[in-house]
Write a protein that binds this ligand. Sequence first.
Ligand SMILES: CCCCCCCCCCCCCCCCCCCCCCCCCCCCCC(=O)SCCNC(=O)CCNC(=O)[C@H](O)C(C)(C)COP(=O)(O)OP(=O)(O)OC[C@H]1O[C@@H](n2cnc3c(N)ncnc32)[C@H](O)[C@@H]1OP(=O)(O)O
Ligand SMILES: Cc1cc2nc3c(=O)[nH]c(=O)nc-3n(C[C@H](O)[C@H](O)[C@H](O)COP(=O)(O)OP(=O)(O)OC[C@H]3O[C@@H](n4cnc5c(N)ncnc54)[C@H](O)[C@@H]3O)c2cc1C
Length: 645
Amino acid sequence: MDGVVDHLADERNKAQFDVEEMKIVWAGSRHVFELSDRIARLVASDPVFRKDNRATLSRKDLFKNTLRKAAHAWKRIIELRLSEEEASKLRFYVDEAAFTDLHWGMFVPAIKGQATEEQQQKWLPLAYKMQIIGCYAQTELGHGSNVQGLETTATFDPQTDEFDIHSPTLTSSKWWPGGLGKVSTHAVVYARLITDGQEHGVHGFIVQLRSLDDHLPLPGITIGDIGMKFGNGAYNTMDNGVTRNGKCVRSNVPRQLIYGTMVFVRQTIVSDASCALSRAVCIATRYSAVRRQFGSQNGGVETQVIDYKTQQNRLFPLLAAAYAFRFVGEWLKWLYTDVTQRLQANDFSTLPEAHACTAGLKSLTTTFTADAIEECRKLCGGHGYLCSSGLPELFAVYVPACTYEGDNVVLLLQVARFLMKTVSQLGSEKKPVGTTAYMGRVEHLMQCRCSVQKAEDWLNPNTILEAFEARTARMSVAVAQKLAQFANPEEGFLELSPNLVEASVAHCQLIVVSKFIEKLQQDIPGKGVKELLGMLCNIYALNILHKHLGDFLSTGSITPKQGSLANDQLRSLYSQVRPNAIALVDAFNYTDHYLGSVLGRYDGNVYPKLYEEAWKDPLNDSVVPDGYHEYIRPLLKNQLRNARL
Ligand SMILES: CCCCCCCCCCCCCCCCCCCCCCCCCCCCCC(=O)SCCNC(=O)CCNC(=O)[C@H](O)C(C)(C)COP(=O)(O)OP(=O)(O)OC[C@H]1O[C@@H](n2cnc3c(N)ncnc32)[C@H](O)[C@@H]1OP(=O)(O)O
Ligand SMILES: Cc1cc2nc3c(=O)[nH]c(=O)nc-3n(C[C@H](O)[C@H](O)[C@H](O)COP(=O)(O)OP(=O)(O)OC[C@H]3O[C@@H](n4cnc5c(N)ncnc54)[C@H](O)[C@@H]3O)c2cc1C
């Protein structure tokens, strides 16, 4: 900021907490903060990684530019001898969806999680050096959610000691896999295993797709890109592929680990939600402090839009959620590490809970984040609709997270199965543990009364927790009782699926609230840091309570009066957070390069930069537009009309 006017300086001076310490809390540790900061600057200062032209490039140029960036990134990783942690931050700050995500994020984990020792020794060194490039080919044209419904077959031929991978129909074509369309040389292909004429369910097989000499598809394989996706630029940097069959290399997979890669990726998607959300919130918060509308007294300055209570009521819960998702993401990473270690020791006991948590939290956080990015766009008024705000592209890149790695409703139904199983086991030997431990107090939760009498009573974390637990327990038990009335449980499950999904959402929201409260019980240094986090935790919880008041009231978990007091407390919390809003988004420590938004600039110098940016549009290359002589001039001169008459 040397020599640059900081238009947000007054806002920064208002902060009542230590921003530098909050940056450490956000990053997770001082080590991660310093590393992230260094890599973010490295990326921002490298011209190859510029991204302000993505919306205007043609698909082919966009894609080629992504290939260039990926090759350059890999070169820098090798030259600078970056560690895995540094390389992964570099990918984060380069901020461009590419085949490398699938290679590192799914192909390598699938081999690590599902291949035998011998297979790992063969494939992993090649993959780590990127001497082969892999993708994850599960979804087909006809089936995505229903993995057991995949049609591709892998038939073992004892004569050749090979599997014959076959997609016999159009609908069995692999369709969607990222990186498959134009880049990958190999894939983990999911197919129904057939040996001796017998079926053994869906398994993963490593298949070579393209020649390592000339990149042409191997015989028997038809391969290409599936076409343009939502939004200009955005996810179109990625080649999503279609392919039909081939021969392959043998595989031998333990049944329970087939789904392991999805558990891993869902966990990373939850952590990623806080990044996308915080980015949108940072843009909307800074711009809301810059933007002024109405309220001028005697020709004085107008009101900053961030001071309108309606703006705060829309924006601050999103800010609070960004922090909430950060902490639940940290916890989920711990849970995933724990379950992985157990699996290595053949202990599968915590896998169902890990599956339910990753599926449910992936669904909850991505649905919320996608909606929140769009809300941030609206919070920025008309300028939010400009590509230079960064929000349209962020939305277009982010919104498929609600679908990929499991459609969000399908995933909530998985949580519902887990919840119903937990309820059905209450009173048996098997005690609920982990995130369902609260169900062990179901008798109390079914009849407890919320003690809130005045607005400030809602600041007690135990009060909040009990209201959320009572709501979830009562919703789960109510739907379980309805289910029990069906002679055929699967029929009941289908009929009651909307109620089941609502119970799952309540359960996932409870997990997020409880992990935020747990975070606050840790030692958090820095003046005012814990206090601010406490306010954000209360905003996150009370906003949910307000938005889902129907659930809380219909289950009798709180009274209408208590609901109204929660809302009073929310308004008071907004006033307390307001002076800290800019500092709270500064704590994300995002560079202007990463934010990619004129509205979210650190220095708040929005208007001159918006004007400057507009002139860069290719349409402004000429004063008189291409097409004037053909279409505008004849119109103005009435030549078109005369010609018709
Ligand atoms: C320009 C760029 C430059 C940068 C360059 C830099 C390069 C260098 C970088 C170097 C870095 C090095 C560091 C690397 C760091 C890593 C980076 C990480 C990034 C990660 C990002 C990844 C990218 C994401 C992009 C998006 C990818 C999207 C991919 C996909 O979408 S893949 C396809 C996913 N498909 C689905 O999810 C399908 C959904 N369906 C299902 O999951 C299931 O079928 C089902 C719905 C659950 C099935 O239901 P059924 O009822 O049919 O059940 P079924 O019979 O199958 O199962 C029954 C029992 O099994 C249980 N169960 C089900 N699922 C699971 C599970 N997942 N786990 C455990 N158990 C499960 C189920 O509960 C039943 O149990 P039961 O009730 O007890 O019987
Ligand atoms: C950008 C992007 C990248 C992707 N990358 C990959 C990849 O790398 N590799 C890969 O293998 N796949 C990939 N996919 C595919 C992705 O995993 C699937 O699209 C996803 O799992 C959803 O499956 P589907 O498309 O079959 O949706 P469908 O299941 O057809 O969903 C359609 C609708 O039906 C509803 N529905 C479906 N089943 C049920 C049910 N049982 N009960 C109630 N409602 C239901 C859904 O909620 C949804 O509203 C990608 C997809 C996208 C968009």
